[in-house]
Design a protein around this ligand. Structure first.
Ligand SMILES: Cc1ncc(COP(=O)(O)O)c(C=O)c1O
Length: 394
């Protein structure tokens, strides 16, 4: 197996990387540990870099079709890694996952319809729904101090409202790091199907799961589940190519797929990006070894966070089942959300995502992106532990 070195330092400021940008860190944030925006501080897989270089070397960038190997490669990837036998004819290219979520909401629901989300959840869900004038129906996750679970009774009650038309599922879940089990997904899918609620499943973190927590594609549960869903997928997170506009959606229901295609065409979101397509073909054809190595490194980082913060007063850091995001519980500090952000910034030098961005359920929490070189993470954790040790005890 080739050796991939994730410890090589990278300077994210050589390009306008959002994660290290004043837009995200603030004007005085250049020295903070940038651990907010959800991408990785790793070079892309060599097979991706080679494919993009080869496309660059060709030197001509006129209009292009989807390359023939792309959809079969996506299907083969899902089959081999996740046991999902999907039909390549059900795949549509998309620029990014948020775009799929927005289009699904706009064509499969009407203004004022209710769309269920399960907070604390990825903040852009709220923005999309607000901007599309949909009502946000909250089905908060239940937290026992260690693990999050779905509240199926509340879900059933909310899905039963005839104005509730869709559910945005986050599988695996950002920010709480749950990789939903087949049983949980089946139960959710049954409640939605019984009530005519379409499941739009954001599975962008699909390939990033840790030992003992296999990802179940919602649509792989069976034809009935597949036909009542839109799956959003992308190599953006797992292969760290978020700026390449490389996503795809799987819609097995023929009428829904045709409607999606019509909307893509109406909005002219149907052009192809030569580099993104080259990157996707490479990732899904030859990227497995790199991804396996990246997962091993990420799981090492996840363990480091959990172990380093175990028994440190003021924080609780359960290991996520998947994603490269840790959901840290600082409620024991008793700080207001603003004061917690200030404490992390000023006392620990951390720029992480505020928990309340994911909904009021996230107050007192912060989301740490640990997909960075281990040496960075170690230093940042040391600073946090020192800050917490100096925090006045009640
Ligand atoms: C759950 C989830 N969905 C979607 C996105 C964004 O996807 P894209 O950049 O493809 O729009 C993110 C990025 O953090 C995410 O965590």
């Amino acid at each position: 197996m080739p050796v991939f070195d994730f410890d090589i330092p990278v300077n994210r400021r050589e390009v306008p990387a959002l994660k290290a940008h004043p837009m995200v860190l603030g004007k005085d944030g250049a020295n903070l540990f940038p651990a907010g925006v959800a991408d990785m501080d790793f070079h892309a897989a060599p097979c991706i870099l080679d494919a993009m270089q080869a496309r660059l070397d060709h030197g001509v960038f006129g209009y292009e079709a989807v390359p023939d190997p792309l959809f079969p490669a996506i299907a083969e990837w899902q089959k081999t890694r996740h046991g999902w036998a999907l039909d390549p004819a059900h795949i549509l290219r998309a620029p990014n996952v948020l775009n799929i979520l927005a289009i699904a909401a706009s064509i499969f629901t009407d203004t004022g319809d209710g769309i269920i989300v399960q907070p604390p959840v990825f903040f852009d869900f709220y923005d999309i729904l607000d901007e599309n004038h949909r009502r946000i129906i909250r089905n908060p996750l239940l937290f026992d101090g260690e693990t999050y679970r779905m509240d199926f009774d509340d879900l059933a009650a909310k899905a039963a409202n005839p104005r509730t038309k869709m559910l945005y599922l986050c599988n695996p879940h950002n920010p709480v790091g749950r990789v939903w089990s087949a049983d949980e997904l089946r139960r959710l899918g049954d409640i939605c199907a019984e009530n005519g609620v379409l499941v739009v499943s954001d599975e962008i973190h699909a390939d990033i799961t840790f030992a003992g927590h296999p990802y179940t594609p919602f649509a792989s549960l069976g034809t009935a589940y597949a036909d009542n869903s839109v799956t959003c997928l992308s190599p953006a997170k797992s292969f760290n190519i978020a700026s390449c506009a490389a996503a795809h959606t799987i819609i097995s229901n023929d009428d829904m797929r045709a409607a999606f295609q019509r909307e893509n065409s109406r909005l002219t979101v149907n052009k192809n990006n030569a580099f993104a397509n080259a990157a996707m073909v490479a990732a899904y054809t030859n990227g497995a070894e790199w991804l396996d190595a990246a997962l091993q490194y990420l799981e090492g980082n996840a363990d480091l966070v959990t172990e380093r913060l175990a028994n440190v007063r003021g924080v609780s850091a359960p290991k996520p089942e998947g994603t490269f995001l840790a959901w840290l519980d600082f409620r024991a500090l008793g700080l207001s959300p603003d004061d917690l952000t200030k404490f992390l910034r000023e006392n620990a030098g951390w720029a992480v995502t505020r928990g309340q961005a994911f909904g009021p359920e996230g107050e007192g929490f912060a989301r740490l992106n640990f997909a960075t070189q281990r040496a960075n993470l170690e230093q940042a954790l040391d600073r946090l532990v020192t800050a917490l040790q100096c925090f006045p005890r009640p």
